[in-house]
Design a protein around this ligand. Structure first.
Ligand code: ZN
Length: 256
């Protein structure tokens, strides 16, 4: 097979063996939400698809038994709902979907599930699912929020403006790399971003930005994206190895 790590391209016999022997099953998580006047609704899910595949492919080349699921294209996007086109799952639905996927994999003998996440709004529910899936099904779940591992490289190579984080120079650079035809270069506008309260709260995005985006998308660079992606991919493969090492230490003697 050309891409032996794609679970969805296997037969049931192949998948049965692959899941039982796997080190990791990877579930990419994205969103379907507004990304300013110049990027598509699928921006996070396009990043999820390409960047998860790159990490899994590299890990596979280095000998890890790792298998990739298709991305979850919908996530938690209530905070973007005042912009047309955005589709959100409710937290209850999202948790159930995650639990059902995790439960199915556990019934087939999986031991470890990784959420490779590309949308900050999903994080609290991914964290909740990691707990309920472990409790109900015994499956260990890890959350790898891609941007956390990319942050230092983004800062070094893109020199982003202070408010970067959504439909900004980072995300625009990524879509320029993976799907350049989808970036409306002539629609790029610098948003007017308002400061929010420091205490955690819930705000709708139209309350803090006029375009729907943050940062300064005019600073985007495909070349910078290429460097950021290759360094971050390398670090994430290292992280997969560290997870296995940490487990050896945690669960030696068969506990857990
Ligand atoms: Zn995004």
């Amino acid at each position: 097979m050309e891409s032996p790590f794609l679970l969805g391209e296997m037969t049931w016999e192949e998948a049965g063996e692959a899941i039982r022997e796997s080190d990791f099953i990877v579930q990419p998580t994205g969103s379907f939400e507004q990304h300013g006047p110049h990027l598509p609704l699928l921006t996070d899910s396009i990043r999820a698809e390409h960047l998860s595949r790159m990490a899994v492919e590299e890990a596979w080349k280095q000998g890890l038994k790792i298998y990739l699921l298709p991305p979850l294209y919908y996530g938690i996007s209530e905070h973007h709902m005042r912009f047309p086109g955005t589709i959100t799952l409710s937290p209850e639905t999202y948790l159930k979907v995650l639990e059902d996927i995790g439960g199915s994999l556990a019934r087939h003998g999986a031991r470890r599930l990784v959420y490779m996440n590309f949308h900050g709004g999903n994080l609290p529910i991914l964290q909740a699912a990691a707990g309920t899936i472990r409790a109900k099904h015994g499956l260990r779940v890890y959350i790898v929020h891609w941007t956390t591992y990319a942050r230092k490289y983004i800062e070094e190579h893109l020199k982003p403006s202070k408010t970067w984080g959504h439909a900004c120079e980072h995300e625009t650079s990524m879509i320029m790399l993976f799907r350049p035809e989808l970036v409306r270069m002539d629609r790029i506008r610098r948003p007017n971003v308002k400061a929010r309260a420091k205490a955690p709260t819930f705000v709708y995005f139209d309350e803090i930005t006029d375009t729907g985006g943050l940062g300064d998308p005019a600073r985007s660079s495909r070349e910078a994206a290429e460097i950021i992606v290759s360094k971050t991919t390398e670090d994430i493969v290292k992280l997969f190895r560290e997870i296995l090492e940490a487990e050896e230490n945690l669960y030696k003697g068969g506990k857990g």
